[in-house]
Design a protein around this ligand. Structure first.
Ligand SMILES: NC(=O)c1ccc[n+]([C@@H]2O[C@H](COP(=O)([O-])OP(=O)(O)OC[C@H]3O[C@@H](n4cnc5c(N)ncnc54)[C@H](OP(=O)(O)O)[C@@H]3O)[C@@H](O)[C@H]2O)c1
Length: 335
């Protein structure tokens, strides 16, 4: 039997308040516009750090005219009268702020929250889930770890009774671009410049190569899938900053490469977490996906080892992950 897609099942429009309107926020706005007939979301407010705030109850255009910045996040959220706050501000891997406060303010206003920001999931996942439940709203973060490729929704919907024993991932695109650039004869700085030009680095690119981005993703995965109640600081982390073109090229001549690998493993009641630059065979599944691709493998009790691969994801895929969270709020399947 063929199941027909019926747009009218999704006919409840939701109003959105975007906090942050950078690469991901703008890509999301474009996607919402592209899909507006089947999924009529309305962006009633956008709040930024330096560009100011824009609010319109009937909906904002892609290039809104920003006015003065709202005095507080609470004032902004109240003025938008939105159903969902979409948190897309810059990652702060040290303590997850101010994103965590933004999310709490949204819950206090009775709004669902979707975010692509891994900071809150890495630092305060359990508390935020409890607060969302108390407020009777949903909290979603599909894009926080794999740029929109299904990770958390996969576990939410497809794997009843399966227990995560551990995970292994190559999750940081910037470090891969830097390593590949050095293998091709460029310098570390050339690699960083290439990654920046691709728009894939964190606002502070040091977070990528020093391992903070991977540590935050590792903590987020462990918090959500293994109830680890951890933070990035508790992940044993070493980045790729000590790699040189000479070392990388010598390894390449032996058929080897380096990837910044995140590992999580249950040890009895504890969970051990680490991020390391690991030497891998070029044919290793964690090393063979091209360019900015990400790979995660889950080690489980009932499903053995399986994974998700995202080939050369871009900001459009990150926006799609957020969009999938918003659709879950529309259909009422997220709270
Ligand atoms: N880019 C990706 O491919 C990707 C993939 C997965 C996850 N993410 C995550 O998604 C989030 C957004 O990434 P992005 O690439 O869109 O970042 P971005 O281009 O640097 O944009 C960040 C936005 O947040 C705003 N902002 C920063 N601090 C703020 C504050 N305190 N209050 C209000 N607004 C604030 C900035 O305002 P101004 O415009 O005024 O500076 C800007 O609009 C990050 O947490 C990132 O880790 C990104």
């Amino acid at each position: 039997m063929r199941l027909a897609f019926r747009p009218r099942d999704y006919n409840r429009g939701l109003k959105l308040a975007l906090i942050g309107y950078g690469n991901v926020g703008r890509a999301l706005a474009r996607l919402l516009r592209q899909k507006r007939r089947e999924f009529p979301f309305t962006v009633t407010g956008i709040h930024t750090l330096r560009h100011g705030t824009a609010i319109h109850p009937a909906g904002l255009p892609l290039q809104p005219a920003f006015g003065p910045r709202a005095a507080s996040i609470e004032e902004f959220l109240e003025q938008t009268r939105a159903d969902v706050a979409v948190e897309l501000t810059t990652l702060n891997p040290v303590d997850g702020e101010p994103a965590i406060s933004h999310i709490r303010a949204a819950f206090a206003c009775g709004m669902h929250v979707a975010t692509a920001n891994k900071g809150p999931v890495a630092h305060a996942f359990a508390d935020l889930c409890e607060e969302a439940a108390r407020a009777g709203v949903g909290f979603r973060f599909e894009s926080a770890v794999m740029d929109g490729a299904p990770v958390f929704n996969l576990w939410r919907h497809c794997l009843p009774a399966v227990r995560v024993l551990g995970f292994t991932g190559s999750l940081n695109s910037t470090s891969k671009v830097v390593i590949e650039t050095m293998e091709q004869g460029g310098s570390f700085e050339d690699g960083m410049a290439r990654a920046r030009a691709l728009g894939i680095t964190e606002a502070d690119g040091a977070f990528d190569v020093e391992g903070w981005d991977s540590a935050a993703k590792t903590a987020a995965l462990a918090n959500v899938l293994m109830d680890a109640r951890t933070t990035p600081q508790k992940v044993s982390t070493r980045g790729i900053t000590r790699l040189t073109p000479e070392r990388v090229q010598a390894m390449a001549r032996r058929g080897k490469t380096v990837r910044l690998i995140s590992r999580g493993r249950r040890n009895g009641a504890a969970v051990s977490l680490r991020v390391r630059a690991e030497v891998l065979d070029r044919s290793d599944i964690l090393a063979s996906a091209p360019g900015t691709s990400n790979v995660i493998l889950f080690h489980t009790d009932l499903m053995g080892t399986f994974g998700t691969v995202s080939i050369e994801p871009g900001v459009e895929q990150t926006a799609y992950g957020v969009f999938s969270d918003l659709v879950a709020f529309r259909t009422g399947s997220a709270s």
